[in-house]
Design a protein around this ligand. Structure first.
Ligand code: SAH
Length: 211
């Protein structure tokens, strides 16, 4: 249930659903998603669905991970990416194989500790994780070529816009739990920001403060 064959089947389904970037597909085929969920959930790790990871949070659906990663890479090679919402660490692990350096922040200490443990055990050495409220971004390492937000804020926090480099892209589900969320791409240009709306999505809420 957690074998390479199962992973390959998941990738086959992602391809059928429209993921085209071969590097992204190869990365999803190689990263062991079952090690990013609790053992009791491991047999379901290669279904294309979000799964609980504790603390009321979920590991994102493989399709969402693949699609968001593919959209970020459309702009060209990425040196530095900031992820807000480390959660299980799975999205960070995928990014770590496709960019130079991943910075990721998580507001829930317990989840962050578990994710860090996984990065160490699996030797994803270019991932730097921090316990903080991602509303403030992570200014000391910015600006970033790419920012990915994996929880849904009602509107995009200003510091994240400021920490995006010119020519850089952010992908973020904007909205709240009750209304629909819109997966949005924001590109920073010389003169400001361009917005593009991609599709309706459902992510856990973006919350402020640490716990
Ligand atoms: N990328 C994760 C998805 C986890 S769900 C994965 O691959 O598993 C989204 C995560 O965002 C949750 O863990 C939640 O605690 C976190 N989150 C929500 N609001 C946040 C904020 N303001 N700052 C940092 N993390 C936040």
């Amino acid at each position: 249930m957690t074998s390479q064959r199962t992973r390959n089947r998941m990738v086959h389904r992602l391809r059928e659903r429209g993921i085209e970037n071969e590097a992204v597909l190869a990365t999803l085929a190689s990263v062991p998603r079952h090690l990013f969920v609790d053992e009791a959930m491991a047999t379901r790790a290669y279904e294309d669905t979000a799964l609980p990871i504790g603390d009321g949070q979920t590991i994102s659906q493989p399709y969402a991970v693949a699609r968001m990663t593919e959209v970020l890479l459309e702009q060209g090679p990425i040196k530095k990416v900031l992820e807000v919402g480390t959660g299980s660490g799975y999205q960070s692990a995928i990014l770590s194989q496709l960019v130079d350096t991943v910075y990721t922040v998580e507001r829930i200490r317990n989840l962050l500790d578990k994710a860090r443990h996984r990065f160490r055990a699996l030797e994803y050495r270019n991932v730097h994780a921090r316990h903080s409220d991602g509303s403030w971004g992570w200014a000391t390492n910015g600006p970033y070529d790419a920012i990915i937000v994996t929880a849904a804020p009602p509107s995009v926090p200003e510091p994240l816009l400021e920490q995006l480099s010119v020519g850089g892209r952010m992908i973020v589900p904007v909205g709240n739990q009750h209304k629909q969320q819109m997966l949005t791409v924001i590109t920073r240009t010389q003169n400001g920001y361009e917005r593009q709306e991609l599709s309706d999505v459902k992510f856990v809420p973006f919350l402020s403060g640490k716990s």
